[in-house]
Design a protein around this ligand. Sequence first.
Ligand SMILES: [Zn+2]
Ligand SMILES: [Zn+2]
Length: 151
Amino acid sequence: MLSQSSYAALVAHGIKPTVQRLAVMGYLLEHRCHPTADEIYTAMSRVLPTFSKATVYNTLSLLEENGAVVRILVDERRTCYDVHTAPHAHFYCHQCGRLHDVQAGDTLSLPAVGGLPEGSRVESVSLTYRGLCPECLARQQADSHATFANP
Ligand SMILES: [Zn+2]
Ligand SMILES: [Zn+2]
């Protein structure tokens, strides 16, 4: 079932399916939580010990070049991969590092920004909200209450 959908996803983007590509695409389809290349590699190497880090990185750039996945630069240390390729915004919790999808319908419409060089063509926009997710916010509030109670 899953390998069928990863097969279909590869073929739809004109990528020749190989064992490695099917495995990486399958992992991304199953884990829609925006894993990093290292997280994908760690998970892959458990199932397929012959998988090298270079294979994972090369496979990911091939998938990206062919539009099967989108690479999201959260910050300079964290690059995530997303199989949800339609434009959408993200919410990033800097405490737990989780990246959530913010649904914006089929198109992400942004207010027009001024100052673009005249005659330029915008091809993509990435929008990431940053802050604390509800769980981290609750934990932070609980912690501050605790210090308050026991000075
Ligand atoms: Zn969080
Ligand atoms: Zn996403």
